[in-house]
Design a protein around this ligand. Structure first.
Ligand SMILES: C[S@@+](CC[C@H](N)C(=O)[O-])C[C@H]1O[C@@H](n2cnc3c(N)ncnc32)[C@H](O)[C@@H]1O
Length: 266
């Protein structure tokens, strides 16, 4: 069994993977492409976002721009635009291109982005496909993604990082905010312990999933990877100045910069 698959199996068998269902799920189009799935997700969004405000702001602050700079950035799997809004708020002259594969999400996003009307466009893009739309230029100042890339298979993540690299201007940054799994089951168990103390209802919920919740959960986590191989993929795609800028239990912000000279890695 390949090493990663073995680690996932250990983590799964130990019951130690605890990501909530609020992350994106590339297999479960029935969640992201259904009215019911989207309205359920939207109805719980405020509560989740309260715990993420600091992470969203940090992502915006990491970008290499002054407050008055004009630049265009792309938000992949943008949903209703929580990550993009943090960047737009921080940089009043920035322009956003948001992308997502769910028409329901896109429609909901237009409602939530009504205050940003002249500052964004939204394009349909399936990250699993690699068919980037021609509206997305090759000189982006930055690309961000949040709570989405973790559901792409390992090989697709690597290809996506190369596609992002190719769409950045020299010196442009990519940042990804995402959950990861631990490589060591003991570490995974420690994360779980801490999470359960923060949210005592979580253990109870985990132990009492309905068959449907269990099915969604298994689908949700199946491509989740440890951090180290993702950092390797970034390096292989050609990024430099790579760092894990934030790590809090299973949540990370990592990223890097397209070098000032040199083309995409082949
Ligand atoms: C948990 S939401 C995160 C939304 C937003 N980035 C945020 O941080 O709030 C995941 C988003 O990824 C989108 N998504 C899932 N799989 C996708 C794919 N293959 N291509 C593009 N978008 C995808 C979903 O439609 C959803 O909007």
């Amino acid at each position: 069994m390949p090493e990663l698959a073995r680690l996932w199996t250990i983590a799964w068998a130990s019951g130690a993977i605890f990501a909530d269902m609020d992350h994106c799920n590339d297999a479960d189009d029935d969640i992201w492409k259904s009215d019911e799935g989207i309205s359920q997700w939207i109805s719980t969004a405020d509560e989740r976002e309260r715990t993420r405000v600091g992470h969203r702001r940090l992502m915006a602050d990491l970008l290499p721009f002054g407050y008055e700079d004009q630049f265009t950035f792309l938000d992949l799997g943008a949903g209703t635009g929580a990550a993009a809004r943090a960047v737009l708020d921080r940089y009043p002259k920035a322009q956003a291109i948001l992308s997502d594969y769910s028409l329901q999400m896109i429609s909901e996003a237009h409602r939530e982005l009504s205050d940003y009307k002249d500052r964004y466009t939204y394009v349909e893009l399936d990250l699993a496909s690699g068919n980037w739309r021609s509206e997305i230029p090759f000189d982006l100042g930055a690309v961000i993604s949040s709570l989405c890339v973790h559901h792409l298979p390992h090989e697709r993540k690597g290809l996506l990082f190369r596609e992002i690299f190719a769409h950045l201007e020299p010196g442009g940054w990519y940042l990804n905010y995402d959950p990861v799994i631990a490589q060591d089951p003991e570490v995974q168990a420690a994360w779980l312990r801490a999470m359960d103390r923060r949210d005592p209802a979580a253990a109870e919920k985990r132990a009492n999933r309905s068959p449907e919740e269990q099915r969604r959960y298994e689908s949700h986590i199946r491509h989740m990877m440890p951090l180290a191989p993702q950092i390797e993929l970034l390096g292989a795609a050609g990024f430099e100045a790579i760092d894990v800028f934030l790590k809090e239990l299973d949540h990370v912000i990592y990223g890097g910069r397209r070098p000032m000279v040199g083309g995409p890695a082949v």
